[in-house]
Design a protein. Structure first.
Length: 221
């Protein structure tokens, strides 16, 4: 019997995950059957069950791949000195998730967002998937917290706000953006990036306005 190469095995696994992700994004997790996945992937039951025994295993693999892609993006950012600002990092991360190895929906932000909402909702019923997301969220918090601390050391953001609090807020902004895409249609990532830039400029804008007001009052007196 001819030996199957690792590249062939990896390609088959990718084919299954991509097909299942399209089904979940289009029809929802619970409305998708394993037969739907087989048809979408264009594979036999034996070929699919060789890799995954259930839909739950498939959605767990999807979650792991998404978090692995995000983690790699943060590790790349952390190696830069100084680290890129949050709007740049968010753009990179979302681009890599949409277009990279785990780009299950081929760059379609709305489909990806619907897929992510399916993953989030399933964590309320599936303890194993919930554990995967808790672990991924923990690494995500660590990544953002480390970057915020670097910003603080460089004097780019306030030092009196806990870095973890800012990290959670930045994560929440991305989660909210994904929810908006899923519920209301595709929104360009540049919208989120512009929003983050605007929020980050508030301190400098307020300081400049205060200084101008003080100078004006001094001249008037």
């Amino acid at each position: 019997m001819a030996r199957v190469s690792q590249a062939h095995l990896d390609a088959r696994r990718r084919q299954i995950l991509d097909g299942a992700a399209r089904c979940f994004a289009r029809n929802g997790f619970h409305a998708t059957s394993m037969q739907d996945v087989l048809r979408e992937a264009g594979l036999s039951a034996g070929a699919v069950y060789r890799y995954f025994r259930s839909k739950e295993e498939i959605i767990g693999a999807i979650a792991r791949e998404c978090f692995a892609t995000v983690r790699a993006a943060f590790e790349d950012a952390a190696r830069e000195t100084p680290p890129p600002p949050p709007d740049v990092i968010v753009g990179r991360v979302l681009h890599q998730v949409y277009e990279g190895p785990a780009g299950f929906t081929q760059g379609d932000g709305e489909s990806f967002a619907r897929l992510i909402l399916q993953v989030w909702s399933e964590t309320l019923r599936n303890d194993e998937l919930a554990a995967i997301l808790r672990d991924g969220f923990g690494h995500l918090r660590e990544g953002w917290t480390g970057l915020v601390e670097s910003y603080q050391q460089a004097g780019l953001v306030r030092e009196d706000i806990p870095a973890d609090h800012m990290a959670r807020t930045l994560i929440g902004a991305v989660q909210g953006f994904i929810a908006q895409q899923a519920l209301f249609g595709t929104v360009d990532v540049e919208v989120l990036r512009n929003g983050l830039r605007g929020i980050m400029s508030m301190g400098a804008t307020v300081s400049a306005a205060s200084a101008a007001s003080a100078a004006s009052a001094e001249r008037a007196s």
